[in-house]
Write a protein that binds this ligand. Structure first.
Ligand code: PLP
Length: 410
């Protein structure tokens, strides 16, 4: 299987993309869905931003280095990767904060429409925890009810639903939902669709515009490789932008920020979702990181991602059949860019794997999560990783006491 994988790597039209990353020797990195690897050129860009733009050019860099426009400029770069029009994505704040802005703005949009007041926000019943906390709190402020349901469960949708907040890919299982079909079902009952695409941006063709998605958020530090704590991004469909009413306006979203007026007047366009001053060192890192996607079509990235995940599932069938359960769907149309495996000793197994140089992660209660970042993971690494996993499980080396200690970050 390894020799076959090596051959396929040699024939891969995207194999050169791996050279756009700084990857440590001796490590098979399968956690790019948590923190993407470091792209080439990022360290130099940040160094220049610190020494020259900040150190020498000082405050003038807001203009001369294009700092002020960075949230929209970088937003356009991300828009191209998620199937959105220029001017419909802004890079700002964190996913959690952007989600809060869009949940409230979405409910306000719904309530500004004619017809009876809609009182329900539907939220993904297996959502990433932060999304649920934010939706619950926004609902409390807005006097709305929260209804938990799986994306695609049409029985949860009726004409009381103002907005649904769904994750495109389930972060635990790797299930990919049918974003166009779910969006259509929401529109059929007159509800708005707010998608969290944290686990698909940069790995899956999303097509926000062609699917008619109303609102979306995504993070930049997973498959987009923007670096630890990279600012997140928010999408608003162009037709809704003039009516978007953010609950967190700030001077950066003012029509005339330097007029320093006491009353707020929102700028036109997606910049309306800005709040305060952007974290420029992180913005510079993100912009440089996105160069790893230069000249790359997201459809080709998706194709490669599916080849890698299929290969990994095949290798698990070969080396670990009946030992772990493959949780991620075998149907490519329902699969994100990770392979999740279930085993009662998932936690110590992941620790033992890390000691052997295979970096994946553990998700409670029993998931071994292996993310296959399609720009830099090779097929040989996929097969090697599964062979090492089989060795760790067969030898029971994961039972050593040192693997049982829980770390703060898993
Ligand atoms: C990673 C992730 C987040 C992270 O939110 P932060 O505010 O960046 O911590 C939120 N939602 C989903 C679905 C994620 O996968």
């Amino acid at each position: 299987m390894l020799a076959h994988a090596a051959q396929a790597d040699d024939l891969d039209p995207l194999r050169h993309l791996r050279n756009r990353f700084v990857l440590p020797d001796g490590v098979i990195y399968l956690d790019g869905n948590s923190l993407g690897a470091l792209p080439m050129g990022v360290a130099e860009a940040v160094d220049d931003a610190v020494r020259r733009q900040w150190g020498t050019d000082l405050v003038g860099s807001w203009t001369s280095a294009g700092w002020w426009e960075a949230p929209l400029r970088i937003g356009d770069r991300i828009a191209a990767l998620v199937g959105a029009q220029p001017g419909s994505v802004v890079v700002t704040d964190s996913t959690s904060v952007d989600l809060f802005k869009l949940v409230v703005a979405g409910v306000r949009l719904s309530q500004a429409r004619p017809g009876p007041r809609r009182t329900v926000i539907v939220v993904d019943d297996a959502t990433f925890p932060t999304d649920r906390y934010i939706v619950d709190e926004a609902a409390r402020l807005l006097d709305m009810q929260v209804r938990a349901a799986a994306p695609g469960d049409v029985s949860a949708l009726d004409d009381g639903v103002a907005l649904a907040v769904f994750c495109h890919v389930d972060f635990r299982t790797g299930v990919l939902y049918d974003l166009p079909a779910v969006t259509r079902a929401l529109h059929e009952v007159g509800a708005l669709a707010l998608w969290d695409v944290c686990h698909s941006a940069g790995a899956v063709s999303i097509g926000l515009a062609s699917a008619g998605v109303d609102l979306a958020v995504g993070c930049s530090y997973k498959y987009l490789n923007g670096g630890p704590g990279a600012p997140a991004w928010a999408y608003v469909a162009p037709a809704l932008q003039s009516r978007i009413d953010s609950p967190l306006p700030g001077w950066n979203s003012h029509r005339e920020p330097f007029a320093m007026q006491l009353l707020f007047a929102p700028v036109d366009g997606i910049g309306r979702l800005r709040t305060g001053t952007p974290p420029m060192l992180s913005m510079v890192a993100l912009e440089a990181a996105l160069a790893a996607f230069d000249g790359v079509q997201i459809e080709d990235v998706r194709r490669r991602s599916l080849e890698l995940t299929a290969l990994m599932i095949g290798a698990v069938d070969e080396y670990l059949a009946d030992v772990v359960e493959v949780v991620t769907p075998r149907d490519p149309a329902r699969r994100g860019s990770q392979v999740s495996l279930r085993h009662p000793d998932a936690y110590p197994i992941v620790q033992a794997l890390i000691e052997r140089g295979v970096v994946g992660d553990f998700r409670a209660p029993d998931i071994i999560r292996l993310g296959l970042a399609p720009l830099y993971v090779s097929r040989q690494e996929v097969v090697r990783a599964v062979q090492i996993l089989a060795a760790v499980v067969d030898s029971e080396e994961f039972r050593a006491p040192r693997f049982a200690a829980r770390h703060t970050v898993t």
